[in-house]
Design a protein around this ligand. Structure first.
Ligand SMILES: Cc1ncc(COP(=O)(O)O)c(C=O)c1O
Length: 366
């Protein structure tokens, strides 16, 4: 029987051990752990990779979103348009900024924000839109940007699942005011702990973010802003610097595996992810749709293949956000999708035999 874990981060470390160990040892020997050279270097290299002018390293993807919203002036009394079909931190960031999330439903093919539904949710209090580039594919950004421009709204991209993804040749995170990335260990580019970054080409915004992540301080003891402590530390920055040159080949390998999965599973009648025209999908997750999910998932597990659900409960139905449950009446697709999605193992270190074993297990599980 197969024995395929949903993820195995040890494989990447084993392949990169000398580079990662060397990066850690170098930081320890230098004795500078916060706001040092490695962070500056990583911020510059990741911003260049995205095609943005600035990068501001922060403590996590959630903090990247939270601080980007605050830096854009979003706060109590404001509303922010986003999706409920996302990982909860998208919404945590909006509520921690003091604003109220307003959800729109999703596109039935990409499962990302449906731009045609945005205008109905705009009120005099709306200040920003947070599209989520879900599972590794960009939301349909042109109409979102057009609405934002016309209605005077900020656009903050949630790129936590989209390192290397692009939309009509533009990289995730470079289309709105700011792009917010997570380097949670399982992401396409993952740290060995929590880390995140905001990329932007707006100099004033980047400077404000640099202050906000560091107690609101600009230089010396000048504190023009009420800030916070949310910094990407030197150890994580050094590890990310060692990994960044591999991101493209890791994403390419993900795409290769997806091609193999898609061909075989589509023949079985399973609904596979679709790369929309003009978009470069980096497949952070491979999310299929099955109607009898519980029995399919149980059978996959019985055949030795671990699977996961992203996400079983839309955010508006979580206990903490029961005040937003009213928005559920606008979200039929989000609500129905949650009972059908299932993620299969997908990481660059999966070998072809394992990919074939996942396919064989799927055949037997239908
Ligand atoms: C879509 C999305 N947004 C935000 C986040 C938050 O990132 P982090 O876990 O680094 O805070 C994540 C990942 O965890 C995510 O998947």
């Amino acid at each position: 029987m197969a024995n395929i874990p949903f993820r195995d981060l040890r494989r990447q470390y084993q392949a990169m051990k000398p580079a990662v160990d060397g990066a850690i040892a170098d930081v320890l020997a230098r004795g500078r752990f916060i706001l040092g050279e490695r962070l500056e270097q990583f911020e510059a290299e990741f911003a260049r990779y995205c095609g943005a002018n600035y990068g501001v390293g922060v403590g996590s993807g959630t903090e990247a979103l939270h601080l980007a919203l605050v830096a854009c002036g979003v706060g109590p009394g404001d509303e922010v348009i986003s999706v409920s079909n996302t990982c909860v931190p998208t919404v945590s960031a909006i509520s921690f900024a003091g604003a109220t999330p307003a959800f729109v439903d999703i596109d039935p093919v990409t499962y990302t924000m449906e731009p045609g539904l945005i205008e109905d949710r705009i009120t005099p209090r709306t200040r920003a839109i947070v599209p989520v580039h879900l599972y590794g594919q960009c939301a349909d950004m042109d109409p979102i940007l057009e609405i934002a421009r016309r209605r005077g709204l900020h656009v903050i991209e949630d790129c936590a699942q989209a390192h290397g993804a692009s939309y009509k040749g533009r990289m995730a995170g470079t289309m709105g005011d700011a792009g917010c990335y997570s380097f949670y260990p399982t992401k396409n580019l993952g740290a060995s702990g929590d880390a995140g970054i905001v990329v932007s080409s707006d100099r004033a915004l980047a400077e404000k973010l640099r202050a906000l992540r560091n107690y609101g301080r600009t230089e010396g003891y000048a504190h023009p802003h009420k800030g916070f402590n949310s910094r990407l530390d030197e150890l994580q920055a050094a590890i990310l610097l060692a990994k960044l040159p591999h991101l493209k080949s890791w994403n390419d390998r993900r795409r290769q595996i997806v091609a193999r999965y898609t061909q075989a599973l589509t023949e079985l009648g399973i609904v596979c992810p679709i790369e929309a025209p003009g978009r470069h999908h980096v497949y952070h997750l491979f999310v299929i749709r099955v109607t009898d999910r519980a029995s399919f998932q149980a059978a996959m597990h019985a055949h030795g293949v671990a699977t996961w659900i992203h996400y079983p409960v839309p955010v508006h139905l979580l206990e903490a956000y029961s005040d937003l449950s009213e928005s559920g009446k606008h979200l039929p697709l989000t609500t129905s999708l949650a009972s059908q999605v299932l993620s299969l193992p997908l990481y660059p270190e999966l070998d072809d035999h394992e990919v074939d074993a996942v396919i064989a297990a799927a055949k037997r599980s239908l």
